[in-house]
Design a protein around this ligand. Structure first.
Ligand SMILES: Cc1cc2nc3c(=O)[nH]c(=O)nc-3n(C[C@H](O)[C@H](O)[C@H](O)COP(=O)(O)OP(=O)(O)OC[C@H]3O[C@@H](n4cnc5c(N)ncnc54)[C@H](O)[C@@H]3O)c2cc1C
Length: 455
């Protein structure tokens, strides 16, 4: 079926990149096509009474970011996460130092492990300083070029090469923490690992933030505000530049449909993009093929305890040795300081990298059993208080650059004045997150506006 309207811009994919593109172009004649029955992509939460069950992205960027600008114009508020972000389950106990720097001092380690930990910690601190220098803006550099320069930082060797073979349990401790990238230390650049420590463990002055009500609200509000300009449950199969205009074919409710546009922004994961966009230049196609995504398996957990829990003041626990890598207390930002603690709670656990790849082969029930068994080892007091769980198998989980990856062909392609199919997504940096996705979409919007003006 042919929709005989000609759109200024069709946006494909409704994650943070697609939502940003459609939102910024909302004064134009636009259409946003999304495969799922919701917007948000890898940001996903479900409201559960006072709490929300979280399955995907949850840490939101600071004011002034593209995501926050979109949220402000939609009237969405962030909520500060006061709890400890450096807790670690180690030797059968949860330790929650005030700073990551104190970890080598407070953990029950052998002398060799402690020395090994301190040595790596010092090298990391030096490298994080180097990374912060690289982050400083350079005159006349576009944001896209700046991201690319930052992505080249320590990109020619792996984080495993950086780490070497730490003593005893220290190896597993770092490997577990670094699977935040959704890939193991062997599969990420040293720069990715250093930047993760720089932002998550070593960040000074920046407050951790979530979206009040859960990250899923962003997609809900964008869908509401854009109304009929969003079509959900729509799988785009072909995007073809036919010279004068772009033809977009999609399937919806078993029907094949077609729309036409002057410009298209494709924000699907790189491997989908190369399948659906026909006739991409060979070097762009090859580069998209090389974009690496690691998997995540996450489980959201709703609990019904009525009295305080030992994790009430904790937001994140790294869990080396468990079937999951991290445990998050999503109810932490809602805990009040005046002594009144609302009943119930919301937790989330996830596993990334090769271990997640193994979990993906299991049924949801088997994953749930493994995750719950380990959760109860860490916090036995939760026995009998778990009322609901939900598993999410994320493939892709996160975009993360492999060693020596060259992204230039995509940057050169996107900057061309003559193209009608532009690209965006979280793979436009060394490691993906919602702000990278949104920023790449903002860049794309600027280029598309320019092409619309001059066509
Ligand atoms: C468990 C987990 C935790 C995370 N934690 C954080 C965090 O705390 N903070 C953070 O900033 N980031 C986090 N991230 C990463 C963040 O969610 C992603 O970087 C971000 O969602 C990428 O946005 P995107 O728009 O590029 O891609 P996506 O979010 O993947 O959106 C792409 C969209 O395209 C749609 N699509 C795919 N194929 C088609 C097709 N053929 N036709 C139409 N539509 C299609 C998909 O359904 C999807 O909605 C996390 C991710 C996961 C999985």
């Amino acid at each position: 079926m042919l929709n005989d309207q000609l759109y200024d811009v069709v946006v494909i994919g409704g994650g943070p990149a697609g939502m940003t593109a459609a939102w910024e172009l909302r004064e134009k004649k636009i259409l946003l096509l999304e495969k799922q029955d919701r917007l948000g992509g890898r940001l996903h939460s479900i409201k559960m009474g006072d709490y929300w069950l979280n399955l995907g992205g949850h840490l939101f960027p600071q004011p002034g970011s593209h995501v926050r600008n979109m949220m402000s114009s939609l009237g969405l508020e962030v909520i500060e996460i006061p709890g400890n972000k450096f807790a670690i389950w180690f030797d059968g106990k949860v330790h929650s130092p005030k700073s990551a720097m104190l970890m080598p001092l407070i953990l029950p380690l052998t002398l060799i492990e402690r020395v090994s930990f301190v040595r790596i910690g010092l090298r990391l601190m030096t490298s994080v300083k180097g990374w912060r220098k690289v982050l400083l803006p350079v005159a006349n550099e576009t944001p896209m070029r700046r991201r690319e320069r930052v992505a080249r930082f320590m990109s020619d060797f792996s984080f495993r090469d950086f780490l070497g073979r730490p003593a005893g349990r220290i190896d597993n401790l770092f490997s577990t923490a670094l699977r935040r990238a959704a890939v193991d230390v062997e599969d990420q650049t040293a720069g990715v690992g250093v930047s993760l420590f720089g932002t998550v463990w070593g960040g000074k002055g920046s407050t951790a933030l979530n979206l009040k009500g859960g990250s899923g609200r962003l997609g809900e509000e964008v869908a509401k505000a854009l109304g009929e300009r969003v079509i959900l449950g729509t799988t785009v199969t072909d995007v073809i530049d036919e010279g004068g205009q772009v033809i977009v074919d999609y399937e919806r409710n078993g029907q094949r449909e077609t729309v036409r546009a002057r410009q298209v922004i494709v924000t699907t994961p790189a491997f989908v993009t190369r399948q659906i966009v026909k006739s991409l230049p060979a070097d762009v196609d090859k580069t998209l093929q090389g974009v690496q995504y690691g998997p995540f398996v996450s489980m959201g957990i709703i609990t019904d305890e009525v009295s305080p829990m030992p994790f009430d003041d904790i937001y994140a626990v790294t869990t080396p040795g468990a079937s999951f890598d991290m445990l998050f207390n999503h109810a932490n930002p809602l805990r009040v300081k005046d002594g009144k603690r609302n009943p119930g709670g919301s937790l989330m656990v996830y596993r990334g990298g090769r271990g997640a790849g193994e979990l993906l082969k299991l049924s949801e029930q088997e994953i749930q059993e493994r995750f719950l068994a380990d959760l109860l080892k860490i916090y036995p007091m939760l026995a009998g208080h778990i009322t609901e769980t939900r598993i999410a198998k994320w493939t892709p989980g996160n975009a993360c650059r492999a060693v020596n990856f060259n992204f230039d062909p995509i940057l050169e392609y996107c900057c061309r004045a003559d193209i009608k199919i532009d690209l965006a997504g979280d793979y436009f940096a060394e490691i993906g997150n919602m702000e990278i996705a949104a920023a790449s979409a903002h860049d794309s919007v600027m280029r598309v506006r320019e092409r619309l003006r001059s066509s």
